[in-house]
Design a protein around this ligand. Sequence first.
Ligand code: NAP
Ligand code: ZN
Ligand code: ZN
Length: 346
Amino acid sequence: MTTVAAYAAPAAKAPLERTTVDRRAVGENDVLIDIAFVGICHSDIHQVCEGWGKAIFPMVPGHEIAGVVAETGPGVTRFRAGDRVGVGCMVDSCRACANCKAGLEQYCTEGPVWTYNAVGKDGQPTYGGYAQKVVVDENYVVRIPQALSLDVAAPLLCAGITTYSPLRHWNTGPGRKVAVVGLGGLGHVAVKLAHALGADVTVLSQSLRKKDDGIRMGAGDYRATADPATFEDLAGRFDLILNTVSAPLDFGAYFSLLRTDGVMVNLGLPEEAAQLELQSLFGNRRSMSSSGIGGIAETQEMLDFCAEHGVAAEIELIGADGINDAYERVLASDVRYRFVIDVATI
Ligand code: NAP
Ligand code: ZN
Ligand code: ZN
């Protein structure tokens, strides 16, 4: 067992503060990772606030982990000390169910073991990446290609895979029209990925404040959702809408933007229940779906794709003493475009 410095919320809605956390001894198939950078995902804030239901405290959030292997267990075959690696939202799953066997560990029927705010197979709470080190089974660790710096790669471990997986599942490519709702952490990576896949991308943001950035990231069009003309102009246009907004939307208005057989995929996970008029789906056989992160093999595929196509997150690097302020700024939609913690400051 190793005791390492970490940042934790001691109770629901409490500010995060410096503390220590125990990591298990490196087991047969484990990798000990020196964490270099960790992204702040909006999901960290939902969970610290118990917005998704009862949570485990103290909570060390962080599931966008990038670092370097420090030590490996005797049974580890895929990594060795010095390798650049990442860990995302899950650190284990049953490995035997149909979903695990299909590489969809995120939909493990036993429930995956989440990186934090969960209980591991050893019966102990899991603690995330706002910490100096973490111990993870090698099967839930991915390799970060040399072409990606660790700081801008960290957010790809959640924001990257969460947007790449549905873009691929719904056949994003040349000739497809994709809208991304919300230009935050997930949204800005979604724009870059959809553009790299060859799609025609439109950003639907609350205002035009970030328009220049959206166009630079690869959007061909950028509209303000506060302007009712946006919904008239773009009616029936999109094959796919990726909704990354962390609050409920007027879904009917967005469904009207889908063409026949178009699909709106909700990636945002609001804390409140949403209202839905089913009539707004019935026209043009539209559908509504959702998607959760992506499997381990697909996460590796996404990182390799990003390295090949020059896709990375745009980040604001902060010290650990800036975490609580960063949370306030994310809640105010004032993020450009992912806060990443320099773990050396913990
Ligand atoms: P984020 O950085 O805060 O981005 C969300 C963006 O949505 C904001 O920047 C803002 O963009 C827009 N927005 C925020 N509040 C809004 C409102 N009331 N009305 C309209 N637009 C609003 O958050 P994130 O880290 O990308 O995460 C987004 C959501 O996805 C969260 O709910 C998170 O928990 C969830 N999530 C889901 C998965 C999954 O597997 N499905 C994985 C990770 C995260 P504009 O200013 O451009 O409008
Ligand atoms: Zn996340
Ligand atoms: Zn399983």
